[in-house]
Design a protein around this ligand. Structure first.
Ligand SMILES: Nc1nc2c(ncn2[C@@H]2O[C@H](COP(=O)(O)OP(=O)(O)O)[C@@H](O)[C@H]2O)c(=O)[nH]1
Ligand SMILES: [Mg+2]
Length: 317
């Protein structure tokens, strides 16, 4: 109880509010799908399939969910449409938690890696810099010392934007002039962080996916240079995806994970979109865990992704 439950309540409110558009979308479609029906029959299942696909859950994941519900209906014989939402919630939660390790509770860092190095990648405009600012804020709040590296050197505005976040949060930003070598910025950042015994380093990068070979080479070069300072860096390659683009985010995840080694995902802009179902598809399809979700532009609007909480929020408890 006490402070812990207060934060949990706040977290839940932000999540519920952020997912409200997706929720309205799913619920109004579900309501239509079951209107005038008393039990879950083939027609309801067909309609449910359409609801999930048009809510950006993705075809593969939708088929898995439908097949689970079919099994359930076959087993429980008479399932009313009233029970459908709770069954849907249970089956999606079960699907997402299968073959997965436990979700994180808070913004934790492993204590045997210092500095812990996070390299942030993703297409332009998905929310990389914003997510870095929000993460830096959370780590600082948890008492960690944070260094940011402005390795998106292609646009002056990109460096400036990270500097502004650094000032807001109160953490140092290592930068060079626009157009300089991103790998060299990353090297400088890790060197400063190491010299100052920092806990965590977050490196911003440019995301120009239109030339995959270029991007891949660039990211590989940044990684290799980092290893000269911290041999096992980067510990985390965090791919940021814009959830409001629905299936496009899914495609980007496919392309990026093929181009470079990614071991964590963040899905942003879930507020203000009805396409939040995409997180379910992404979380099911990729072996890489969705670690964070973005629910607004504010400094506090980043959460550690928890599958159960997400599904409960989306389908009501
Ligand atoms: N509503 C909303 N906007 C976001 C979120 N994350 C980022 N943004 C906005 O998306 C835009 C692009 O973000 P930015 O961090 O510059 O993307 P980058 O190009 O990948 O670094 C900015 O206007 C951000 O404020 C989010 O979770 N919710
Ligand atoms: Mg940026």
């Amino acid at each position: 109880m006490g402070i812990f439950s207060f934060f949990n309540k706040e977290k839940k409110e932000t999540l519920d509010k952020g997912l409200s558009k997706t929720k309205e979308n799913v619920f109004s479609k579900l309501t239509r799908a079951v209107a005038g029906k008393s039990k879950v029959d083939d027609e309801v299942l067909d309609d449910l399939e359409e609801v999930l696909v048009t809510s950006d859950v993705g075809v593969d994941t939708t088929l898995k969910i439908i097949s689970r519900i079919e099994d359930r209906v076959a087993k429980d014989k008479y399932v009313t449409t009233n029970e459908l939402t709770s069954i849907l919630r249970e089956e999606i939660a079960a699907l997402l938690t299968e073959n997965h390790t436990e979700d994180g509770e808070g913004f934790d860092l492993p204590d045997n890696k210092k500095p812990y190095v996070i390299m942030v990648v993703g297409v332009n405009g998905v929310g990389k810099t914003t997510t870095i600012g929000k993460l830096a804020y959370q780590f600082k709040k948890a008492g960690k010392s944070v260094y940011l590296g402005a390795a998106d050197t292609f646009r002056a505005a990109a460096v400036e934007q990270l500097v502004i976040w650094g000032e807001r949060v109160g953490v140092p930003v290592v930068k060079q002039k626009m157009g300089s070598d991103p790998a060299s910025v990353a090297y400088d950042t890790l060197s400063s962080a190491k010299a100052n015994n920092a806990d965590v380093v977050i490196i911003d990068t440019a995301g120009r996916l239109h030339n995959k070979i270029n991007l891949m080479n660039e990211l590989t070069k940044i990684k290799n240079v980092m290893k000269k300072v911290v041999p096992d860096a980067p510990h985390e390659v965090l791919l940021v995806l814009d959830g409001s683009t629905g299936q496009n985010a899914f495609e980007q995840a496919k392309q990026f994970t093929a181009a470079t080694e990614v071991n964590a995902l963040a899905v942003t802009k879930l507020d203000g979109t009805a396409k939040g179902g995409v997180v379910i598809g992404i979380s099911d399809h990729f072996r890489i865990p969705v670690k964070y979700i973005g629910l607004g532009e504010g400094i506090e609007d980043l959460q550690v992704f928890n599958r159960k909480e997400f599904v409960n929020s989306l389908f009501g408890e």
